[in-house]
Design a binder for this molecule. Structure first.
Ligand SMILES: *Cc1c(COP(=O)(O)O)cnc(C)c1O
Length: 363
């Protein structure tokens, strides 16, 4: 059996180091925020080449709190990609703002900067690109357009811990950037967690307040916030796991290189294109193929776990498709959603397992 993701093996690698850290949190009864969260915030901000990190309860909360910090609300438009997990759009709606979609680049599958300027209106407040599958969007072009039109940039970096564009890390390009530490992400907690990074002191201070009922000192509610605090245990786990991230990412890159190399001649499989400026962290290894459900079934019969990210573009989702903002045609995203298949990708995969997948696909 070649697993898509092996959480048990990842746990084994850190168990010995994590357990005493968790015990320390419990012994100090620092169940919410506390020393371990603060220490992780400092380390993760540095890892992302940013000044500040605000630990929150999950990646969706990170997006919501970041947009709130930027003052995004009813009447505002946020330009984003329809090819992502639903959370990218749902967080815009949670702020009362309206998502405006720009289609993806047919090669990198990330938000295509060429379509952004046409989508800008007097209501546009921000651009929310996603670094899909761990490859950064073209942040140079996106930030240039944002600057020209006086727009904010918020990165959805939930799949891109440590990815770079021209050597600069995901999270360090936008006004704010949002990470998920869901267990299956490249850096995963033992439960729910997320983080916001920023080099803007004012925005980071707002996020810090907004995650904790908008307080500045106990019961002094200066912002209309909610509860999006990170748990102490998750801070302790993430602090330990961050030390392993570069090694795990290197392994993902080795696996991706094997797939790219071994599958390059296989007709009927479209491999991902890496922009020359990008160094992806391969959260997901996505390919396109005509009859992906048959292929997925055939792989499953041989014990190989392939997955789909995502079966529909966001504007096509049942809960959104009848709403005004979803009345758009996004042909590149829609085509991708019909043909995408995600091959097993996890730092714990052995070379032999990767070759099992490769041989099955070749056959
Ligand atoms: C996982 C993910 C999120 C949401 O993060 P949660 O921690 O699950 O709330 C948002 N955006 C993208 C692109 C994601 O992959």
């Amino acid at each position: 059996m070649v697993k898509f993701l092996n959480l048990a093996k990842l746990y084994e690698e850190v168990r010995e180091d994590v357990l005493p850290e968790i015990l320390e949190v419990l012994d100090k009864t620092q169940y919410v925020l506390g020393d371990k969260v603060a220490a992780f915030e400092k380390d993760f901000a540095e890892y992302c080449q940013t000044e500040q990190c605000v630990g929150v309860s999950n990646g969706t909360a990170a997006l919501h709190v970041a947009m709130q910090s930027c003052g995004i609300g009813p009447g505002d438009e946020v330009i984003t990609t329809p090819m992502s997990f639903m959370a990218t759009t749902s967080s815009i709606l949670m702020c009362g703002a309206t998502p405006v979609y720009v289609d993806i680049d047919p090669k990198t599958w990330n938000l295509d900067p060429a379509g952004i300027e046409k989508a800008i209106t007097p209501k546009t407040k921000a651009i929310l690109p996603v670094h899909l599958y761990g490859q950064m969007a073209n942040m140079e072009s996106i930030c240039r357009i944002a600057q020209k039109h006086n727009l904010l940039v918020i990165e959805d970096a939930a799949q891109a811990h440590g990815a770079t564009w021209k050597g600069r890390k995901a999270g360090s390009w936008g006004d704010m950037a949002c990470f998920s530490f869901y267990p299956g992400k490249n850096l995963g907690a033992f439960g729910e967690a997320g983080g916001i990074v920023s080099c803007n002191e004012l925005l980071a201070a707002r996020a810090r307040s907004l995650r904790d009922w908008g307080q500045e000192g106990k019961y002094n509610h200066v912002l209309p916030g909610g509860n999006a605090r990170m748990e102490g245990i998750q801070g302790a786990v993430l602090g330990v796991k961050l030390k392993h991230l570069e090694r795990w990412t290197a392994r993902r890159r080795d696996i991706a290189a094997m797939y790219l190399n071994e599958l390059s001649g296989v007709s009927r499989i479209v491999l991902p294109t890496v922009a020359p400026e990008a160094n992806p962290v391969w959260h997901i290894f996505a390919v396109q193929t005509e009859d992906r459900l048959t292929l997925q079934e055939e792989l499953k019969d041989k014990g190989i776990d392939a997955s789909i990210h995502y079966p529909q573009a966001i504007h096509e989702l049942g809960c959104y498709k009848d709403l005004p903002f979803a009345q758009v045609s996004m042909p590149v995203s829609e085509h991708h959603a019909r043909h995408e298949l995600s091959l097993p990708m996890c730092p714990m995969l052995t070379d032999e397992e990767v070759m099992i997948v490769v041989r099955r696909l070749k056959a």
